[in-house]
Design a protein around this ligand. Structure first.
Ligand SMILES: [Ca+2]
Length: 388
């Protein structure tokens, strides 16, 4: 995830920002037309993470390029998200802030003990995230006596500061879009693809994905000096011109997507509920802003937003991470069959379905209504209803 190109190659930075998809699409369409003697009947784009950002870029800046777009866990707000990554990294680097795997397990279990059953079934996934409020979770109950680290059964004040950085919004001067919504406590922070991979680096902060992303952003976009120490780069909004330049290149925060919708485009957003890279709350925020911008009727007519509880960044985690969004999009575009609740499955390495859930439209979540003391009940999507 080096962004070294952004320092030395202006065109590469533009390609990364927003031009790669229309550039490749131009060549692709030409090749297909030559091969088949006609242009493609329909064109769709699907991407996750930075690919999700590219998806929203296409919707916002190349509105006639695709008939339908799927944006999953989109990294749509480079300025705000990287600023939050930087704040998280600095909290972890503060004296006493280090989170061991045992501390992460302590925090996760505390959240699960409090919130797992709020969705009707204790299955290791907090599906009713809205009910799992900070007041209910009460992380302060884990505080070490006196606030000083005294082992794996409690959190020091510096570690509680990390949790605060994680769960609270981050706002920066210069634009209303320069912000990050903060992350939920999901009870799945201890999953291998969650905090250790993205936040703590499992004892090596410089190896954590969030650290690496913010570090290369500070070095190549903001300070434009690779010898800079990103952990001392604060405040994040000290160089307004650099933030504006980066936002112009990389941020897909525009909510007026009427040009895309007016050309018949359909948009499906998707986010994993336990994503430790990019917060599902940020995508929810974009969707709320979208609704405010284009109105409830247009939002309902041409966009959908699904949340998959217990799913990590793009895939993985204890939740059901596999859904055929492309088929749903194609039915919508070609047959005007607008999607409602979809199916989410968890498959093993051989592709066998282990369990299924309904994939609900946010803010709904799958609530267990199936049989009690029946091993097969929780595995069936029919045992759940989407509710909020
Ligand atoms: Ca549950």
């Amino acid at each position: 995830m080096s962004a070294d190109f952004a320092l030395t190659d202006t065109f590469a930075a533009q390609l990364f920002g927003s031009l790669s998809v229309p550039t490749v699409m131009s060549t692709t369409t030409e090749a297909l037309t030559l091969a088949y003697g006609a242009q493609p009947a329909k064109s769709y784009f699907e991407g996750c993470s930075n690919g999700g950002r590219e998806a929203l870029m296409a919707v916002q800046r190349s509105p006639n390029l695709f008939d339908g777009v799927i944006a999953r866990a989109p990294a749509y707000n480079w300025v705000g998200f990287m600023g939050a990554f930087n704040r998280n990294a600095r909290a972890l680097a503060a004296p006493g802030g280090t989170f061991t795997a045992a501390k992460i397990a302590l925090l996760s279990k505390h959240v699960r003990d409090t919130c797992d059953g709020l969705d009707g079934i204790v299955d290791g996934v907090v599906s009713n995230q809205a009910a799992c409020t900070p007041a209910l979770v009460n992380v302060a109950a884990l505080r070490c006596v006196g606030g000083t680290d005294s082992g794996d059964s409690c959190l020091s004040d510096a570690q509680l500061d990390v949790v605060t950085s994680w769960t609270t919004e981050a706002t920066f001067t210069g634009s209303a879009t320069f912000r990050n919504a903060g992350w939920n406590l999901t009870g799945n922070e201890d999953n291998p693809g969650a905090w250790r991979a993205w936040i703590t680096g499992d004892g090596n902060l410089a190896g954590a994905q969030q650290f690496l992303f913010q570090d290369t952003t500070v070095k190549n976009y903001l300070v434009r000096d690779r010898s800079t120490n990103s952990l001392t780069y604060t405040p994040w909004d000290q160089n307004q011109n650099a933030l504006y330049a980066m936002a112009a290149l990389n941020d897909a925060t525009n909510t007026d997507i009427r040009p895309f919708l007016n050309s018949g485009g359909k948009l499906i957003l998707w986010h994993g509920g336990s994503d430790s890279a990019l917060s599902v709350k940020s995508t929810a925020e974009y969707y709320a802003n979208l609704r405010n911008s284009i109105g409830a009727a247009a939002t309902e007519a041409s966009t959908r937003f699904y949340v998959a509880p217990g799913v990590n960044h793009c895939s993985g985690g204890p939740g059901a991470d596999s859904s055929d969004l492309l088929a749903a999009l194609d039915q919508w575009v070609t047959r005007s069959a607008a999607p409602s609740t979809l199916l989410a499955e968890k498959r093993d390495a051989e592709g066998t379905v282990v369990f299924a859930r309904p994939l609900c439209q946010y803010p709904e979540y799958p609530r267990y209504t199936g049989p009690i003391n029946d091993a097969a009940g929780p595995k069936s999507a029919a045992s759940y209803i989407c509710t909020s």
